[in-house]
Design a protein around this ligand. Sequence first.
Ligand code: GLN
Length: 190
Amino acid sequence: MAGRKIGILALQGAFVEHEAALLKCGVCPSEVRTSRELDNVEGLIIPGGESTTIGKLMQAYNLLEPIRKRSREGMPIWGTCAGMILLAREIVGMEQIISLNLMDIAVRRNAYGRQLESFETELQVEGINHCRGVFIRAPFVERVWGNTQVLSTYQDKIVMVKENNLLATAFHPELTDDPSIHQYFLEMLK
Ligand code: GLN
């Protein structure tokens, strides 16, 4: 995969950690803040952070429509945590935010409540076996429809989904030293 250009949306949140994880997989990451930078990548990671803030910044930087267009053209996009919220077509139990509206999932923000604001656990993932994931004020998926496949659940809640070229995880693999989800995403570029 060396030589493939993977973009990381670098407006707010945990983008540096994704860069480090991609470097460990032998891939050169590329920060995306403009539509011209988006034109130069073959895949995009939308990091965790604050989904309301990232949504507003995507609008301010005129990135919403260009990202939607690349998605329609089939570019692989992976959203982690806030990135999952930004991909969802529906956000339940809270006001709608500025988002990409791309994936046939309904997500609940900050869904684990106060006791479980953050935790790390082992997850069973379809097609990978298992991986480690860190959850930080994480959402979970309440409902999927259309072509969306459920790849992982944790305590009966859906935490990883895939719909064609789109991947979303409620957790942060980039905060562990387990590269398996990054490798899974890189496989989607082939
Ligand atoms: N709670 C955040 C939100 O609603 C997401 C947290 C995260 O990305 N770690 O956007």
